[in-house]
Design a protein around this ligand. Sequence first.
Ligand code: SF4
Ligand code: SF4
Length: 260
Amino acid sequence: MSGWVLKGLKTGIRTTLYPKVEELAPGVSPGRPAGGRAAGNKKPAAEACPVDAIAVRDKQVSVDYDRCILCGRCLPPAGASGLVKPAADYEWAYKIPRDTVAAGGAGVTKTCSHSLHIKVVDGGACNACLSEVSQLTKPYYDMHRLGFFITPTPRDADLLLVVGPVTEHMKLPLKKAFEAMPEPKAVMAVGTCALSGGIFGPGFAAGGGVKEFLPVDIAVPGCPPPPLAIIHGLLMAVGRKDPVPSPTSPGPGSGMEAAK
Ligand code: SF4
Ligand code: SF4
Protein backbone atom coordinates (compact mmCIF):
# COMPACT_ATOMS: atom_id res chain seq x y z
CA MET A 1 0.00 0.00 0.00
CA SER A 2 1.46 3.37 -0.93
CA GLY A 3 2.62 5.77 1.77
CA TRP A 4 0.01 8.47 1.17
CA VAL A 5 -2.84 5.96 1.54
CA LEU A 6 -1.41 4.79 4.86
CA LYS A 7 -0.99 8.41 5.97
CA GLY A 8 -4.59 9.14 5.02
CA LEU A 9 -5.82 6.17 7.02
CA LYS A 10 -3.68 7.15 10.00
CA THR A 11 -4.58 10.85 10.07
CA GLY A 12 -8.20 10.46 9.05
CA ILE A 13 -7.80 12.91 6.15
CA ARG A 14 -10.62 12.26 3.75
CA THR A 15 -12.46 13.68 0.77
CA THR A 16 -15.61 15.66 1.48
CA LEU A 17 -18.85 13.77 0.90
CA TYR A 18 -20.62 16.90 -0.41
CA PRO A 19 -23.06 16.94 -2.21
CA LYS A 20 -24.23 13.52 -0.97
CA VAL A 21 -23.85 14.63 2.64
CA GLU A 22 -23.87 18.19 3.93
CA GLU A 23 -20.31 19.23 4.84
CA LEU A 24 -20.14 20.44 8.44
CA ALA A 25 -16.36 20.46 8.96
CA PRO A 26 -15.12 23.70 10.54
CA GLY A 27 -13.46 26.10 8.13
CA VAL A 28 -15.13 25.00 4.90
CA SER A 29 -16.90 28.38 4.73
CA PRO A 30 -15.78 31.85 5.85
CA GLY A 31 -19.46 32.75 6.36
CA ARG A 32 -21.13 35.85 5.02
CA PRO A 33 -23.62 38.48 6.20
CA ALA A 34 -27.18 37.26 6.02
CA GLY A 35 -29.17 40.46 6.39
CA GLY A 36 -32.64 40.05 7.82
CA ARG A 37 -34.84 41.94 10.20
CA ALA A 38 -33.22 44.10 12.82
CA ALA A 39 -34.45 46.34 15.59
CA GLY A 40 -33.14 49.83 16.28
CA ASN A 41 -31.05 52.08 14.08
CA LYS A 42 -29.97 50.28 10.90
CA LYS A 43 -27.80 53.07 9.50
CA PRO A 44 -24.53 51.90 11.13
CA ALA A 45 -24.79 48.59 9.25
CA ALA A 46 -24.86 50.37 5.91
CA GLU A 47 -22.24 52.90 6.94
CA ALA A 48 -19.85 50.11 7.94
CA CYS A 49 -19.86 48.71 4.40
CA PRO A 50 -17.04 50.03 2.19
CA VAL A 51 -18.70 48.93 -1.07
CA ASP A 52 -22.33 50.02 -0.52
CA ALA A 53 -23.53 46.42 -0.49
CA ILE A 54 -26.01 46.98 2.35
CA ALA A 55 -29.44 48.51 1.93
CA VAL A 56 -32.24 49.04 4.43
CA ARG A 57 -35.98 49.51 4.16
CA ASP A 58 -38.16 49.74 7.21
CA LYS A 59 -36.69 47.16 9.56
CA GLN A 60 -35.20 44.99 6.81
CA VAL A 61 -31.43 44.88 6.20
CA SER A 62 -30.40 43.35 2.87
CA VAL A 63 -27.04 42.48 1.37
CA ASP A 64 -26.09 42.64 -2.32
CA TYR A 65 -23.89 39.54 -2.65
CA ASP A 66 -22.67 40.58 -6.09
CA ARG A 67 -20.89 43.48 -4.38
CA CYS A 68 -20.05 42.15 -0.92
CA ILE A 69 -16.29 41.65 -0.45
CA LEU A 70 -16.68 39.67 2.80
CA CYS A 71 -14.73 42.25 4.78
CA GLY A 72 -16.78 41.45 7.88
CA ARG A 73 -17.13 45.10 8.97
CA CYS A 74 -20.90 44.78 9.31
CA LEU A 75 -20.70 41.65 11.41
CA PRO A 76 -20.72 41.58 15.21
CA PRO A 77 -18.88 42.55 17.32
CA ALA A 78 -17.29 45.18 15.03
CA GLY A 79 -18.99 48.04 13.27
CA ALA A 80 -22.69 47.77 13.18
CA SER A 81 -23.69 46.40 16.58
CA GLY A 82 -24.59 43.05 15.08
CA LEU A 83 -27.36 44.43 12.87
CA VAL A 84 -26.29 42.16 10.03
CA LYS A 85 -26.19 38.55 11.14
CA PRO A 86 -23.47 36.07 10.05
CA ALA A 87 -24.31 32.88 8.18
CA ALA A 88 -21.86 30.01 7.66
CA ASP A 89 -23.45 28.13 4.76
CA TYR A 90 -21.62 27.67 1.45
CA GLU A 91 -24.30 27.01 -1.19
CA TRP A 92 -23.93 30.53 -2.54
CA ALA A 93 -24.29 30.03 -6.31
CA TYR A 94 -27.33 31.20 -8.24
CA LYS A 95 -28.58 30.87 -11.78
CA ILE A 96 -29.06 33.82 -14.13
CA PRO A 97 -32.01 33.28 -16.48
CA ARG A 98 -31.25 33.92 -20.16
CA ASP A 99 -33.80 34.88 -22.79
CA THR A 100 -32.21 32.81 -25.53
CA VAL A 101 -31.32 29.43 -24.10
CA ALA A 102 -31.57 27.32 -27.25
CA ALA A 103 -27.91 26.44 -26.71
CA GLY A 104 -26.11 28.09 -23.82
CA GLY A 105 -26.52 27.10 -20.19
CA ALA A 106 -29.69 25.03 -20.71
CA GLY A 107 -27.90 22.89 -23.32
CA VAL A 108 -25.03 22.23 -20.92
CA THR A 109 -27.48 21.22 -18.20
CA LYS A 110 -28.98 18.69 -20.58
CA THR A 111 -25.86 17.21 -22.21
CA CYS A 112 -23.17 17.49 -19.50
CA SER A 113 -24.98 16.12 -16.47
CA HIS A 114 -22.35 13.38 -15.93
CA SER A 115 -19.19 14.99 -17.26
CA LEU A 116 -18.18 18.63 -17.59
CA HIS A 117 -14.97 20.11 -18.96
CA ILE A 118 -14.04 23.51 -17.63
CA LYS A 119 -11.81 26.20 -19.11
CA VAL A 120 -10.59 28.58 -16.38
CA VAL A 121 -9.75 32.16 -17.41
CA ASP A 122 -8.11 34.68 -15.09
CA GLY A 123 -9.61 38.03 -15.99
CA GLY A 124 -7.30 39.99 -13.69
CA ALA A 125 -8.05 38.40 -10.31
CA CYS A 126 -5.99 39.04 -7.18
CA ASN A 127 -5.20 35.31 -7.10
CA ALA A 128 -7.38 34.40 -4.12
CA CYS A 129 -10.29 33.25 -6.32
CA LEU A 130 -7.87 31.22 -8.45
CA SER A 131 -6.40 29.70 -5.32
CA GLU A 132 -9.89 28.50 -4.29
CA VAL A 133 -10.47 27.10 -7.79
CA SER A 134 -7.17 25.21 -7.56
CA GLN A 135 -8.41 23.55 -4.34
CA LEU A 136 -11.07 21.76 -6.37
CA THR A 137 -8.57 19.26 -7.74
CA LYS A 138 -6.92 18.58 -4.36
CA PRO A 139 -7.79 15.39 -2.40
CA TYR A 140 -10.20 17.06 0.04
CA TYR A 141 -12.56 18.51 -2.61
CA ASP A 142 -11.58 16.19 -5.51
CA MET A 143 -14.00 17.43 -8.14
CA HIS A 144 -12.95 14.60 -10.49
CA ARG A 145 -15.13 12.23 -8.42
CA LEU A 146 -18.08 14.36 -9.63
CA GLY A 147 -17.08 14.24 -13.30
CA PHE A 148 -15.67 17.79 -13.40
CA PHE A 149 -12.37 18.27 -15.22
CA ILE A 150 -10.23 21.31 -16.07
CA THR A 151 -9.09 21.52 -19.67
CA PRO A 152 -6.40 23.85 -21.04
CA THR A 153 -8.16 24.44 -24.34
CA PRO A 154 -11.49 26.18 -24.91
CA ARG A 155 -12.17 23.87 -27.87
CA ASP A 156 -12.67 21.00 -25.40
CA ALA A 157 -14.60 23.04 -22.84
CA ASP A 158 -18.29 23.00 -21.93
CA LEU A 159 -18.08 25.71 -19.32
CA LEU A 160 -16.03 28.90 -19.15
CA LEU A 161 -15.14 29.71 -15.54
CA VAL A 162 -14.05 33.32 -15.18
CA VAL A 163 -12.46 35.01 -12.16
CA GLY A 164 -11.52 38.67 -11.88
CA PRO A 165 -13.21 41.89 -13.05
CA VAL A 166 -11.89 41.36 -16.59
CA THR A 167 -9.19 43.88 -17.30
CA GLU A 168 -9.04 45.76 -20.59
CA HIS A 169 -6.21 43.50 -21.77
CA MET A 170 -8.16 40.33 -20.97
CA LYS A 171 -11.42 41.27 -22.70
CA LEU A 172 -10.36 40.13 -26.17
CA PRO A 173 -8.69 36.84 -25.06
CA LEU A 174 -11.78 36.03 -23.00
CA LYS A 175 -14.14 36.71 -25.91
CA LYS A 176 -11.95 34.59 -28.19
CA ALA A 177 -11.96 31.73 -25.67
CA PHE A 178 -15.76 31.89 -25.49
CA GLU A 179 -16.11 31.94 -29.28
CA ALA A 180 -13.78 28.94 -29.63
CA MET A 181 -15.93 26.78 -27.36
CA PRO A 182 -18.33 24.37 -29.06
CA GLU A 183 -22.09 24.53 -28.42
CA PRO A 184 -23.68 24.00 -26.02
CA LYS A 185 -21.60 26.12 -23.66
CA ALA A 186 -22.11 27.94 -20.41
CA VAL A 187 -20.35 30.72 -18.52
CA MET A 188 -19.80 30.80 -14.78
CA ALA A 189 -18.62 33.99 -13.07
CA VAL A 190 -16.76 33.24 -9.84
CA GLY A 191 -16.13 35.90 -7.22
CA THR A 192 -17.33 39.42 -6.52
CA CYS A 193 -14.91 40.88 -9.09
CA ALA A 194 -16.32 38.68 -11.88
CA LEU A 195 -19.87 39.64 -10.84
CA SER A 196 -19.61 43.39 -10.38
CA GLY A 197 -15.99 44.49 -10.74
CA GLY A 198 -15.46 44.16 -6.98
CA ILE A 199 -12.73 46.31 -5.51
CA PHE A 200 -11.00 46.77 -8.91
CA GLY A 201 -13.72 47.97 -11.25
CA PRO A 202 -15.33 49.43 -13.07
CA GLY A 203 -12.45 51.77 -13.79
CA PHE A 204 -9.90 52.75 -16.42
CA ALA A 205 -8.12 49.37 -16.28
CA ALA A 206 -10.87 46.91 -15.40
CA GLY A 207 -14.51 46.38 -16.17
CA GLY A 208 -17.57 45.81 -14.02
CA GLY A 209 -17.66 42.04 -14.35
CA VAL A 210 -18.15 39.34 -16.97
CA LYS A 211 -21.85 40.11 -17.52
CA GLU A 212 -20.87 43.29 -19.38
CA PHE A 213 -19.93 41.35 -22.50
CA LEU A 214 -20.56 37.60 -22.06
CA PRO A 215 -23.83 35.79 -21.25
CA VAL A 216 -23.32 34.52 -17.69
CA ASP A 217 -25.37 31.47 -16.67
CA ILE A 218 -24.13 30.77 -13.15
CA ALA A 219 -22.92 33.28 -10.58
CA VAL A 220 -20.86 32.36 -7.52
CA PRO A 221 -20.57 35.33 -5.14
CA GLY A 222 -17.85 35.67 -2.53
CA CYS A 223 -14.46 37.32 -2.15
CA PRO A 224 -13.26 34.70 -2.63
CA PRO A 225 -16.00 32.06 -2.63
CA PRO A 226 -15.01 28.87 -0.77
CA PRO A 227 -14.39 25.74 -2.90
CA LEU A 228 -17.73 24.20 -1.89
CA ALA A 229 -19.57 27.29 -3.22
CA ILE A 230 -17.81 26.79 -6.57
CA ILE A 231 -18.74 23.09 -6.56
CA HIS A 232 -22.32 24.14 -5.80
CA GLY A 233 -22.26 26.35 -8.91
CA LEU A 234 -20.85 23.54 -11.07
CA LEU A 235 -23.52 21.13 -9.82
CA MET A 236 -26.16 23.73 -10.65
CA ALA A 237 -24.70 24.19 -14.13
CA VAL A 238 -25.16 20.48 -14.89
CA GLY A 239 -28.58 20.22 -13.26
CA ARG A 240 -27.51 18.17 -10.22
CA LYS A 241 -28.49 20.94 -7.82
CA ASP A 242 -31.74 22.85 -8.05
CA PRO A 243 -31.32 26.26 -9.66
CA VAL A 244 -31.47 29.12 -7.21
CA PRO A 245 -32.89 32.09 -9.16
CA SER A 246 -31.14 34.97 -7.39
CA PRO A 247 -29.54 35.91 -4.08
CA THR A 248 -32.02 35.62 -1.25
CA SER A 249 -31.07 38.97 0.19
CA PRO A 250 -31.83 41.70 -2.40
CA GLY A 251 -29.53 44.67 -2.45
CA PRO A 252 -29.21 48.20 -3.82
CA GLY A 253 -30.90 48.55 -7.18
CA SER A 254 -33.58 46.06 -6.26
CA GLY A 255 -35.93 48.65 -4.84
CA MET A 256 -34.37 48.75 -1.41
CA GLU A 257 -33.43 52.26 -0.34
CA ALA A 258 -29.79 52.71 0.63
CA ALA A 259 -29.31 54.00 4.15
CA LYS A 260 -26.44 56.34 3.31
S1 SF4 B 1 -19.11 41.92 4.79
FE1 SF4 B 1 -20.01 42.57 2.84
S2 SF4 B 1 -21.90 43.63 3.36
FE2 SF4 B 1 -20.66 43.50 5.24
S3 SF4 B 1 -19.52 45.44 5.29
FE3 SF4 B 1 -18.19 43.93 4.26
S4 SF4 B 1 -18.64 44.19 2.09
FE4 SF4 B 1 -20.31 45.19 3.20
S1 SF4 C 1 -13.43 38.53 -5.82
FE1 SF4 C 1 -12.04 39.04 -4.11
S2 SF4 C 1 -10.70 37.25 -3.96
FE2 SF4 C 1 -11.69 37.13 -6.00
S3 SF4 C 1 -10.29 38.20 -7.41
FE3 SF4 C 1 -11.72 39.74 -6.64
S4 SF4 C 1 -10.68 40.67 -4.87
FE4 SF4 C 1 -9.65 38.73 -5.30
